[in-house]
Write a protein that binds this ligand. Sequence first.
Ligand SMILES: Cc1cc2nc3c(=O)[nH]c(=O)nc-3n(C[C@H](O)[C@H](O)[C@H](O)COP(=O)(O)O)c2cc1C
Length: 605
Amino acid sequence: MRYHLETKHHFSRFARSLGYLDWANQPDPFRRYQGAPLFALPLLKPADAPGSPLYEDLYRPGAIASAPLTVRSLSRLFEYALAISAWKQAGEVRWALRSNPSSGNLHPTEAYLLIDEVAGLSPGPALYHYAAKEHALELRAQWPTERFKRLLQGFPPEAFLIGFSSIIWRESWKYGERAFRYCQHDVGHAIGSARIAAQTLGWRMLLLDGVADDTLAALLGVDRAQDFEAAEREHPDCVAVIWPSNQAAGALTDGASGVPLFLAADAVGDVTRHIWHGRANRLSRGDPVQWEMLDQVVAASWKSSTEQRVVELNHEGPGADPSNPATRPVVGQPSAGQVIRQRRSAVAFDGTTPISAASFFTMLTRVMPAAERDLLARAMPWDVLPWEPAVHLALFVHRVDGLVPGLYLLARDPAKMAALRSATRPQFDWTSPPGCPDGLPLFLLQEGDARALAAELSCRQAIAGDSAFSLGMLAEFEPSMRRHGPWFYRRLFWETGLIGQVLYLEAEAAGVRATGIGCFFDDPVHEVMGISDASFQSLYHFTTGGPVLDPRLTTLPPYVLDHCMARSQAAHVRNNSKPSTMRWTGSFDIAHSVRCGGSKIPMAP
Ligand SMILES: Cc1cc2nc3c(=O)[nH]c(=O)nc-3n(C[C@H](O)[C@H](O)[C@H](O)COP(=O)(O)O)c2cc1C
């Protein structure tokens, strides 16, 4: 609670940070484990197998057949979840964008894979670190088969684990004390991008929320001081199980009928005896700037408990809901892969483009967990978070055709309506807008032009007012932390990140664009809502509308240039010639393509 209070932005002062960017000390966005064997994942073209389902099929239960678990399907999983999706270039400067967004594009989130033997990877079960720049898996530890089997006993056949950690320094380098919040947002986005990537393959995913953080740190190897001697440390965040969904009911090992939300501590226990590979690379020249407040929130939100909960798995997931308005016409629909690859944050909005009420309602329907208390019957991707929805949306509607501009509220769990009503201004209207689909708990609170207000509240960023709508995510704050424990603080941010990830893709599918907003003035948002205590807090803002593209930026395709460079360097070695001083040896031509050897690679504007 103190951390949250201390890291609020106020009109009169921002949360503490250095106040300038120490460019000489900028952390490398790519972690590598030096000395660890590297297994390249195949670089798949969009049409290569496993191909992508239609974007809309992600939300049609049972529409996607389960892909076999191979190195190719794993490549797709990581491509859609965390890979580089483009390089941007302005003048001499180039930077990578990824399938998952990140506050400040700093990408604190690292990912790990613990999986049984897969042809093309290490023989036997193993823990890997995902190397995004190479789209490859680094072998971190080999697991004895018996021990791996014991660890995943009780999970569906072919189940494997994906774990996330955060390099807090990557965020604190820029954002100082508020960095912990951004790391947690980014974890939520990564959970979302991984859950949606798994869905493209017909796989399910569930966060193992009962695991204690010490167990998680040991599992991922981020507690191994000897491997991080000169390197910036990683904070263990979470681990999830993924499994092919046609392996659901009746196919569980030992005749079990549920999925555990925990890992047997004795099976994780002495991973120190495993064969470990590699040492973490150093990311910055100087040491990380120390922020005591960050150490304190890490300690306060550390999860020491293990809950041995099992969720029932007696069906294949939610049935099709005929009343669900969230379906777009099938003709001309994009594939999920296309939407994921093209996802970008808008840097500016045009201040004119509206969206239709139907699009708006579809987007909001997609962030509804279809709040069954039965976890695995929830709508994708809400079946990944094993807790009751605790985040609601305060919406600033600017340009939605058919809706009056103003302040709206979406109660993502209708059971919390009474609490939301009593925490907010008594004079709010609470009327259902015209055309609102049955069962969508959306309410107009107050009519009015909220464009300037929304921008003002989001750190005076025009993107919150020039869009079609923007929003603040109101989390059930103190009550949920009192109920679960202080570690739930992180979960609240993960839920907001997942909402953001769904909305990012929804915006692309609807022909507009979105941007996450981590910078906002916390208490002024609460004042607008009339919230005067810690029952609800705004944790994350978001905006969606017609984007303005920056013509100064060139977009380069991912991975091909690096392969092009590697090929060209190999040629220099072969010919004993002097390598080019350029970072890559292709050249741009006016047709906006790059030549690599004999081939011409087109680039997006
Ligand atoms: C948690 C979070 C907070 C963000 N906050 C802001 C913000 O306050 N203002 C802004 O213009 N962009 C913000 N962004 C957008 C990022 O700058 C953007 O994701 C990043 O540059 C990577 O670009 P991409 O989303 O196109 O991949 C935020 C993104 C995330 C995930």
